[in-house]
Each structure stands twice: as C-alpha cells, then as structure tokens.
Design a binder for this molecule. Structure first.
Ligand code: NAP
Ligand code: F7E
Length: 339
C-alpha cells in the first residue's frame, strides 16, 4: 500500500487530496504547523468517518521554515509520494510579508527537495514529488498561458512560486528525481479560504440574503481569472505522479471570467443585485495586479486524460448554496441565543 506525505494538508487542496488518496487506499501523513488554535476543520469529517479511514491518516508537527523537521518526518514516514502544497498562498498578503512568503514557498521547497533527495539516497528508493506551482507565475504575460509561456511574476508570492518551480525542474534534471510541477490556475470550493475573492463573495451573498450583512467591500473588479473546482484539480496532481516520466503541466478550464461576472452569478442565484451592496475599498487593491489569466490545459488533457468535471456555473452554485446554508445557521443561532 502506498504512503503519501502532504505538506499543507490543512488547506483547501490538502483536504481534497487527502480524501482522494484515502479512497485509493493510501496511508496519508500530513505536516501541520503549530498555531495557538487548531486549524484542522477541513479534515474533521475524516476523523469522524469510518474507523479504517481514521487509521490511515496521521498528522505530524513540522514547518516549511524548519528543515530539520522536514528531514525527520520524511525519514520516519518513508513516503512513496510527496505532495508539496504548503504556502503562504495569499497574493495580497505576500506584499505585507514578503520575506516570510519567500521563506515558505521558495526556500521551503528547496528544504523539502533536499530532504527528499537525501532520503532517496539513504533508503535506495524512488520518491515521487509534486510541486504546487501557480498560474500567478505568468503574471503579466498575455493569455492564453500554457507550459511554454514565459513567466512574468507580479508579487512576492508569484516570485517565490517561480523559484519553487525551478527548484523542482532542477532536482529532476540534476539528480534524475521524479519531480513534477502542476501549474494550477485558480481553483475554488466551499472549503476555499474566506479571504479569497470567490469565497468572500459567496459568504457575503448568503449573509446579505438573510439580513446579517449590508455591504461587501472589494478591490479590483476587472481582473479576469480561469476558475475551476478544487476537487477536480487534486485529481490532476495525483495523475501527474502516476506517469512514468515526471513533467510539468498546466491545469485549467480554458474559460476566464471577471470578478464582476462572478458577482453576477453568485448574487443572481439569490435574486440579489450586487451593485446595491458592493463598495470599493482601496485596501484590497494590489501594488501590482495580474489582469488576465486563461489557461491552455491541452497537454494535461492529452497526456494525463484529465478534464474538469464541474463547470463555472455549477461551482458558483455549490459555493453560494453552501454559504447561504451557513448564513441561515448563523441567523438561527443568533435568534436561539436571544430566546
Ligand atoms: P491554502 O488553503 O492557503 O493552504 C495552504 C496550506 O499551507 C495550509 O495547510 C497551511 O497551514 C500550510 N502552510 C502555510 N505556511 C506553512 C508553513 N510555514 N509550514 C507548513 N505549512 C504551512 O492553499 P490551497 O488553496 O489549498 O493551495 C494549495 C497550494 O497550491 C498552495 O501552495 C498554493 O500556493 C498553491 N496554489 C493554489 C491555487 C488555488 O487557486 N487554490 C492555484 C495554484 C497554486 P495552516 O492551515 O496552518 O495555515
Ligand atoms: O484574487 C481581485 C484580486 O485573492 C483574485 C491564490 O490561490 O490563485 C489565488 O490568487 C482577484 C485578484 O486570488 C478582492 O485583486 C478584488 O485580481 O481570490 P484572489 P489570486 O490572487 O488570483 C492563484 C492561482 C494562487 O496561486 C494563489 O495562491 O480578485 N479582488 N477584490 C480581490 N481579491 C481578494 N482576495 N479580496 C478582495 O476583496
């Protein structure tokens, strides 16, 4: 039975990848960092699940900024596959914490790859490595963007991801390791962090609908993104590591929409006109913006047989309905606490 090590297991993608690999019979080891409160809400349902699933998921304390913890964990876990999903993944926040963002996503990637290389040498076994690269690396290069499109990163986050991408290519070329980059375009879900624009919108739409919120403050509404559904995208990660040869792949839907169009879709589902509620706050504007992302995933389609299953409108519906339900529960809890 295969053993997978996942960094960033508590994040959106980490939780979906855990579910996918458990269903395939893997034993999962996830790296969690210490924080003053627990950050495992996206994994809670697995602990509440059937006994055999709980038995196959182990969490280990470590941190991408602490190479010694990464080495110790890799040696103890002896993974067949490593999925490096950990990052300070918020682009605007990366302008506030540039050094930390680079430490985690650039140097952290290097720490993990070095630990994997040493482990391979000592154990005499091949470890397959997945790197969570990002469409943000294309930055201001015009669409459509594919594996051959030049990078022009526009934030500390994107620059760190470009470095992580090249570390991964270099370990493949220099040491012959099985290292692959997934260049994933934006992917969202009901588990998306609450300060990314899609989730911020669907949460607000639900709360406005039930009367818990009156306004929604946003930044640039003109940016365009190629938005897919996260559950579909973790499948592509796994497929890359099942290939005999490591390689780099763009994962995208091939459709792009503006923030305005996302607002239309989500508020529209609830019979609301977003123009009545949305206000612009300069705080959410970025020092340099990525205006237009649109991916060409032909290579992933042809070589991996990967295709997105959930459409844009289905994804907006899933997220909006989920967050309306959350808002209704919040309202109910408020009424209940007053009665
Ligand atoms: P996410 O929800 O923000 O999750 C990030 C994960 O990284 C969390 O588990 C977080 O732990 C962990 N982490 C952060 N700093 C760490 C550190 N110093 N040491 C160890 N773990 C740390 O991100 P996501 O959306 O699932 O994305 C997964 C990966 O794909 C990220 O690398 C992201 O940059 C990349 N990516 C995402 C997208 C997208 O659209 N979602 C697209 C392309 C690439 P805590 O729970 O403790 O914060
Ligand atoms: O912003 C605009 C903002 O933060 C999308 C990460 O997963 O995908 C994500 O990065 C757009 C930008 O995602 C608000 O200016 C307007 O143009 O949801 P986002 P992102 O920056 O595209 C890539 C692929 C990753 O790799 C990253 O890890 O929406 N926008 N108003 C806003 N964005 C936010 N967050 N909040 C606003 O109020």
């Amino acid at each position: 039975m295969k053993r997978a090590l996942i960094t960033g297991i508590t994040g959106q993608d980490g939780s979906y990848l855990t579910e996918l690999l458990l269903a395939k019979g893997y034993t999962i080891y996830g790296i969690v960092r210490r924080s003053s409160s627990l950050t495992r809400t996206r994994l809670e349902h697995i602990y509440g699940a059937r006994h055999f699933e709980r038995e196959k998921l182990y969490l280990e304390y470590g941190d991408m900024t602490d190479g010694s913890s990464l080495r110790t964990i890799i040696t103890r876990v002896a993974p067949d596959e490593i999925y490096n999903l950990a990052a300070q993944s918020h682009v605007r926040v990366s302008f506030d914490t540039p050094e930390y963002t680079v430490d985690v996503a650039d140097v952290g990637t290097l720490r993990l790859l070095e630990a994997a290389r040493d482990y391979q040498k000592q154990a005499g076994k091949t470890v397959r490595y997945y790197q969570a690269s990002s469409s943000e690396m294309f930055g201001s290069t015009p669409p459509p963007q594919s594996e051959t499109t030049p990078f022009h990163p526009r934030s500390p986050y994107a620059i760190a991801k470009v470095a992580g991408y090249w570390h991964t290519v270099n370990y493949r070329e220099a040491y012959g390791m099985h290292c692959s980059n997934g260049i994933l375009f934006n992917h969202e879900s009901e588990r998306r962090g609450e300060n990314f624009v899609t989730r911020k919108i669907t949460l607000a739409a639900g709360r406005i609908k039930v009367g818990l919120q009156k306004e929604l403050y946003l930044g640039n509404l003109d940016a365009k993104r190629d938005w897919g559904y996260a559950k579909d995208y973790v499948e592509a990660m796994w497929l890359m590591l099942q290939e005999d040869k490591p390689d780099d792949y763009v994962v995208a839907t091939g459709e792009s929409r503006s923030i305005r169009e996302f607002l239309d879709a989500s508020f529209g589902l609830l019979g609301l006109n977003w123009q009545d509620y949305v206000k612009i706050d300069q705080f959410y504007m970025r020092p340099s913006e990525v205006d237009f992302l649109l991916g060409n995933a032909t290579k992933a389609q042809e070589k991996l047989g990967w295709r997105p299953k959930v459409s844009f409108s289905e994804m907006v519906k899933i997220m909006t309905e989920y967050d309306l339900d959350l808002a209704e529960r919040e309202l109910h809890a408020k009424k209940f606490s007053r009665s």
